[in-house]
Ligand binder design. Structure first.
Ligand SMILES: Nc1nc2c(c(=O)[nH]1)N[C@H]1C(S)=C(S)[C@@H](COP(=O)(O)OP(=O)(O)OC[C@H]3O[C@@H](n4cnc5c(=O)[nH]c(N)nc54)[C@H](O)[C@@H]3O)O[C@H]1N2
Ligand SMILES: Nc1nc2c(c(=O)[nH]1)N[C@H]1C(S)=C(S)[C@@H](COP(=O)(O)OP(=O)(O)OC[C@H]3O[C@@H](n4cnc5c(=O)[nH]c(N)nc54)[C@H](O)[C@@H]3O)O[C@H]1N2
Ligand code: SF4
Ligand SMILES: [Mo]
Length: 871
């Protein structure tokens, strides 16, 4: 079987993947040892890619109004719908909402259609929720949206400052590169700035549990501190920058004490950080959503860049500000102009650029001004101003703030077209026209990672059903809108060639994004390449102190930190983000049993003292609510969380839980410069709810869950679900029949004293379904119960017992997703086998020996249990 060199479709690290289809139809996945992003490594999500490729749940044919139609009918319908909206209400009445998960070629064509030929700026993307503040901050400082760093800088740095980045879970392979570099060079230091003590604190000398949005104050204070110490690089400042004095003037009175008051940090820890920064030449500041997703996100970015400029620390090995991108092609989207305020190829809506792009595209009707940005777009839809929208590769009903209002806006929009791989997502369920898109492994094109490296995603599977690549779908609609000549593409290679040519067009070194060296390159064999790619090998970006502002000098920005945020009395600050093994709205990771085992339901992290005060018990259910919406989630009580703060993951949707959509609660407040929403700072009330019965379900077929609370996940050979009921069912047989879709008689037991029940259906020794209920959060061993689905000769009495017999050790909840090692096995390695290090646990159980992303968790388990073992 032949092996295809491709790129991982998840995070912005952009790891090279070797995919080898196997005779049985499965696909073997391995890290590409020659790819410069990962050198063969993959994380848990990357290694499980093979398990997400099944056609279950795929949309395989176009549909209009829930009925299967031909491509001809679907494309005509979309084109006619857009055309009549444009005719009656003008080009501003239509929009495209795209995604950093589109390939560059798809994105280029979508942008060209909307901006160049429909003549409206109304194409925005989920990157507005992700990278917009970094883009705006880069443009203010550098005159261009340039990420100057390389991954090796992280290995060469002596100090890495992680600001609002949970790199250990969200950029795992990059994190592992840092771990390896730090092992080789123990002098290297890491500082973590995050309100929560995340797993990334595992490698940090210093964790600064900053108050939300205290970052501007922290870095403004740092600028003042560096100036007072007299360590700033005055030669660099005068030769290559402007605005230092003004920036300093606003920073001046930010003493350490004042910073302490604004950030909730101790003066001692602040000076420790400041001294480290001042003393260490090679510093990389890595930042991500704790910086970008904020009402002061752009200011945070510039407060960080200011400090690097003041020290002359950028454009050189081992140093620089480094905004890491989230999605596989967040960077590619910025290159093509996927944001409503960018035109194309890193050009803005200036008169010269509009003229240049219009000549290049031969597009006289080109848009003259930016269009609606994501939050404004859905607000305009609510007002009835958007008559037709086309959503591609994103799920705004779950990922946009004020998500219930977004759902209502889509319900009211006259034409909603959605291109996706899945027949059911919370957004697809509202579509009038459903277009089946090609997915990873089927589509063909390029993506650009966090360090500006362009890599090919290559197909190794046939297109299933009638699925088509996004570029083809957009091109076909463009033809029907009357633009056949401008969209005469035979394949992604031709689109890439045009994209590269546009980047080079009248560039002459004036624009950072320049692929002139790739014009005419062989697309199929394109090796991973970092831009800029000019005819002559380009020097390191900003290495010569030249920036893309009109005078070539970088800009300091005077930053005024925002006043500390005070939530409405009685409510919590609700922070949101990601978990290790799930990706966004779970449309792909939610298919893999092994990725669903790490965290199997929506949850909220809450500090023990807050939980006590509210009467929230361990593993009970909590209702979160505010004026925008509500959610019902499991309590995860942990002192990693500060008092007064909550953290909830963004992942759960109506496809996987009864009421887990956290963005229903997040307000749509945006950063004034970038229009990126403040997704890390919602406010919510939390209350325990009084549950009559908690339950755990395992079943061979997908159960139909209708209980007050449920959360479902795949398991090997079946499904697992957590449920809860506010009242006991009046008729248990009817409940079992409707849940499991069978009239067969279940065997059951009930323990009068504890109120626990178990219901079991076994056929020919195989488990068909089991339900365990209890007035307390059920104590049945989840992993043991899930593993029963793999067994061949079970007896009812064993399954009814609800716990493993002595001959069947219970591995416990999965910690190491790659090798399926549970918490009990790890605890056992420590307490019974005397393992005292992560390495020893790995040698005995294999846990943590593949991708390494769980090693921080294993270390926590070792530390907690070593003491117990010693007692
Ligand atoms: N496993 C996994 N990995 C992913 C993704 C995924 O869905 N799952 N998605 C990818 C995408 S698109 C993205 S954008 C990245 C995101 O990657 P990250 O930005 O690393 O992830 P998040 O969990 O969103 O947020 C990071 C941290 O910001 C902290 N934070 C919140 N408020 C503040 C604040 O005011 N200041 C500071 N300093 N920190 C704060 C949060 O506590 C959180 O730990 O991950 C990518 N990688
Ligand atoms: N509260 C809160 N909200 C957040 C965030 C947060 O931290 N907190 N983070 C924000 C960020 S940074 C991001 S990036 C967004 C992500 O949010 P979304 O973009 O909504 O999340 P995904 O689940 O990745 O949705 C991608 C969809 O595209 C489909 N898809 C994948 N590949 C293709 C393709 O090639 N073609 C087509 N047509 N479809 C495809 C998938 O099946 C899936 O349905 O969420 C944002 N929302
Ligand atoms: S680190 Fe990111 S790109 Fe690499 S394998 Fe993991 S999810 Fe994929
Ligand atoms: Mo993102």
């Amino acid at each position: 079987m032949s092996t295809t060199h491709t790129t991982c479709p998840y995070c912005g690290v952009g790891c090279g993947v070797l995919a080898t289809p196997q005779p049985g139809g499965s696909v073997q996945i391995a890290g590409d040892p020659d790819h410069l992003a990962n050198f063969g490594r993959l994380c848990s999500k990357g290694s499980a890619l093979g398990e997400t490729l099944s056609l279950d749940g795929r949309l395989l044919h176009p549909e209009i109004a829930d009925h299967r139609v031909t491509w001809e009918q679907a494309l005509d319908h979309v084109a006619n719908g857009f055309m009549s909206a444009i005719r009656e209400h003008g080009p501003q009445s239509v929009a495209i909402y795209g995604s950093g998960q589109l390939l560059t070629e798809d994105y280029y064509v979508a942008n060209k259609l909307m901006k160049g030929f429909i003549g409206s700026g109304n194409i925005d993307t989920n990157s507005r929720l992700c990278m917009a503040s970094s883009v705006a901050g880069h443009k203010r400082a550098f005159g261009s949206d340039t990420v100057p760093g390389n991954y090796e800088d992280l290995e060469q740095a002596d100090l890495i400052v992680l600001v609002g980045s949970n790199l250990g879970w969200c950029h795992p392979v990059l994190y592992q590169r840092i771990v390896a570099a730090r092992t080789a060079r123990p002098g290297m230091k890491v500082v973590l700035v995050d309100p929560r003590r995340t797993v990334s604190a595992d490698i940090a000398e210093l964790h600064l549990p900053i108050s939300p949005d205290g970052d501007s104050a922290l870095f403004v204070g740092l600028l003042a501190y560096l100036d007072h110490l007299g360590v700033t690089d005055s030669n660099y400042i005068s030769a290559y920058t402007k605005g230092f004095e003004a920036a300093l003037l606003t920073a001046e009175d930010w003493t350490v004490e004042r910073v302490a008051a604004a950030t909730g940090l101790s003066p001692l820890s602040i000076t420790r950080f400041y001294d480290l920064f001042a003393r260490t030449k090679k510093v990389v500041t890595v930042y991500s959503q704790g910086v970008n997703q904020s009402a002061s996100g752009t200011d945070k970015v510039n407060a960080i860049i200011n400090c690097h400029l003041a020290m002359g620390r950028l454009g050189k090995p081992g140093m620089g500000p480094f905004s890491v991108t989230g999605q596989p092609n967040a960077m590619g989207g910025r290159e093509v102009g996927g944001l409503a305020n960018m035109l194309a190829a890193h050009m803005d809506f200036t008169p010269e650029a509009i003229d240049r792009v219009s000549r290049f595209w031969n597009a006289p009707a080109i848009a003259q001004a930016p269009g609606f940005k994501a939050v404004d777009l859905f607000a305009a839809m609510t007002r009835g101003e958007i008559k037709a929208v086309w959503i591609m590769a994103t799920n705004p009903v779950d990922s946009m703030p004020e998500a219930d209002a977004v759902r209502a806006a889509l319900k009211a929009c006259p034409l909603v077209v959605v291109s996706d791989m899945n027949r059911h997502t919370d957004t697809m369920d509202l579509a009038h026209v459903r277009l089946p898109a090609a997915g990873w492994g089927e589509k063909d094109g390029t993506v650009t990672n966090s360090e500006r490296r362009i890599s090919r995603q290559r197909p190794f599977l046939a297109l299933p059903g009638e699925a088509r690549p996004d570029w083809w779908i957009i091109k076909e609609v463009a033809h029907r809108l009357g633009h056949a000549a401008a969209f005469d593409y035979g394949g992604p290679g031709e689109i890439f060639a045009e994209h590269a040519a546009l980047s080079a067009f009248e560039n002459h070194g004036t624009r950072d994004f320049d692929l002139s060296g790739l014009v005419g390159a062989d697309y199929d064999s394109l090796a991973p390449t970092q831009w800029p790619v000019r005819a002559k090998p380009a020097a390191r970006l900003f290495g010569d102190g030249k920036f893309f502002t009109p005078d070539g000098k970088a800009r300091f920005l005077p930053i005024q930190p925002p006043p500390p945020f005070a939530p409405v009395p009685g409510s919590f600050i609700l922070n949101t983000g990601r978990v290790r093994d799930h990706w966004h709205t779970m449309t792909r990771t939610g298919k893999a049993a092994r990725l669903s085992a790490h965290m199997a339901e929506p949850f909220v992290e809450i500090h023990p003292a807050d939980a006590d005060a509210l009467g929230i018990r361990r593993a009970s259910l909590v209702r979160l609510s505010n004026r925008h919406g509500s959610a019902l989630v499991r309590a995860l009580i942990t002192d990693r969380q500060q008092r007064g703060h909550l953290f909830a993951p963004m992942h759960w949707t109506d496809q996987f839980a009864s009421n887990g959509r956290i963005d229903a609660l997040v307000s749509a407040k945006v950063d004034p410069v970038s229009s990126q929403p403040a997704l890390k700072m919602a406010q919510a009330h939390a209350e325990p709810i009084s549950v009559r019965l908690y339950g755990f379900v395992v079943a061979a077929e997908k159960p139909a869950l209708t209980t007050d609370y449920w959360a479902i996940a795949p398991a090997t050979n079946g499904w697992r679900a957590e449920i809860a009921m506010l009242d006991e069912p009046a008729d248990w047989s009817a409940f079992l029949a409707s849940t499991f879709g069978t009239d067969a008689a279940f065997q059951s037991i009930r323990d009068e004293r504890s109120g626990r029940r178990a219901f079991v259906l076994i056929e020919r020794g195989r488990l068909i379904a089991a339900l365990y209920t209890s007035p307390d959060p059920v104590l049945v061993s989840r992993q043991w119960a899930v593993d029963l689905l793999k067994e061949a000769d079970l007896t009812a009495s064993l399954v009814l017992a609800g716990r493993p017999g002595a001959d069947r050790p219970d591995g416990g909840a999965i910690v190491c997703a790659c090798l399926g090692v549970g918490i009990n096995t790890i605890v056992d390695a420590v307490t019974r086998h005397g393992c005292t290090t992560v390495e020893a646990v790995g040698a005995l159980t294999r846990a943590g020996t593949n991708c390494g992303s769980c090693r921080a968790e294993i270390r926590g388990i070792v530390d907690a249990n070593r003491l117990i073992a010693a007692e």
